[in-house]
Design a protein around this ligand. Structure first.
Ligand code: HEC
Length: 300
């Protein structure tokens, strides 16, 4: 008796699922065999995990079931829905607080637009999450959650406090490592324009002469000595350019800020390019204060 009830229940559940599927699924192909696809009743579990369900349907079930049981205050439900999706889909690479890991960069506080763009059309090595894996609704919740997080505060690195001279030295060193002697010279020539100490100027000229003679190795050592260290590891030229643009902007030196933003844009992502363009426009107008905010976004 009991068993038939369960089976009946299972069958009717299946039929409801099949009906729902038939109603939602764009392809009728999934629906026509509701009776044959009955591997479920044998498990006597009345709540089948809908093996043939379209990938979009299980998600709302998952997410709505989570906030309900433990968190009664409804005010936090929207935020935690995004949080739950974040934990399931993104935390493994971007860290439990979106502060970044060795695999993925920090994304806490990124704008909703930036998150949506990256998730659907990722730049770089990240995989895409199409609608079939992440509905528009879930993406919106997710993006809201990420945007609501305070940007991860990276500890201020020693190198971030370095002077513009030191940074240019480091960039010259990076260029040498990349085998780009011309670029290295370019940075050293930049340094000469604003170095004040005559001794330092002499040393820069010495390094430039060494490079001109093809003595790259000694030039490298000379530059390292001027910088006080090798270029810190893990810092890209892109980041240096942003940092130098920031310094230029702070000093209200439009030419310097623009110069480095333009360098930065050559290898920037589309989203970054847009931000950099906005910064350039603001600098053009002399609005260094607003430009500062845009440049800070590039520092994240
Ligand atoms: C398997 C690892 C992995 C997962 C999972 C992952 N990401 Fe990423 N994500 C990356 C990597 C790696 C990058 C850097 C891409 C590059 O430039 O190569 C990235 C970049 C990003 C960026 C751009 C960051 C920037 O500074 O421009 C955003 C935004 C982002 N991910 C959001 C998400 C969201 C939202 C999810 C969850 C739906 C997610 N990611 C899941 C690895 C991952």
């Amino acid at each position: 008796m009991m068993k038939t009830k369960i089976v009946l229940f299972a069958v009717s559940t299946l039929m409801i699922v099949a009906l729902v599927l038939a109603a939602c699924a764009p392809k009728p192909a999934a629906a026509p065999a509701p009776t044959t696809s009955q591997p479920v009743p044998t498990t006597s579990q009345p709540a089948p995990t809908t093996p043939q369900a379209a990938p979009t349907t299980p998600q709302p079930v998952l997410t709505t079931s989570q906030p309900a049981p433990t968190t009664p205050p409804p005010a936090t439900v929207a935020a935690s829905e995004g949080n739950v999706i974040y934990n399931q889909r993104c935390a493994i690479c971007h860290g439990p607080n979106a502060e970044g890991t060795a695999v993925g960069p920090a994304i806490a506080g990124h704008s909703m637009a930036a998150v949506k763009t990256q998730v659907r059309n990722p730049m770089g090595t990240m995989m895409a999450f199409p609608v079939s894996q992440l509905t528009d609704h879930d993406l919106k919740e997710l993006a809201e959650f990420i945007a609501s997080l305070a940007p991860a505060k990276m500890p201020v690195q020693e190198w971030e406090k370095a002077t513009s001279e030191t940074i240019h030295h480091w960039m010259a060193l990076l260029a040498i490592k990349d085998g780009d002697a011309k670029d290295a010279r370019h940075h050293l020539e930049d340094v000469i324009t604003f170095v004040k100490e005559p001794m330092h100027k002499t040393e820069v000229n010495k390094a430039l002469n060494m490079m001109a003679q093809g003595n790259i190795h000694d030039a490298e050592h000379e530059i390292e000595e001027m910088a006080g260290s090798e270029s810190p590891s893990g810092i890209t030229k892109q980041r240096f350019h942003v940092l130098l643009a920031q310094r230029g902007n702070e000093a209200e030196n439009a030419a310097e800020a623009k110069h480095h933003l333009e360098h930065f844009m050559v290898k920037a992502t589309d989203v970054q390019k847009k931000i950099a363009e906005e910064a350039l426009e603001l600098i053009e107008k002399g609005d260094f204060h607003e430009a500062e905010h845009e440049i800070e976004e590039l520092m994240e």
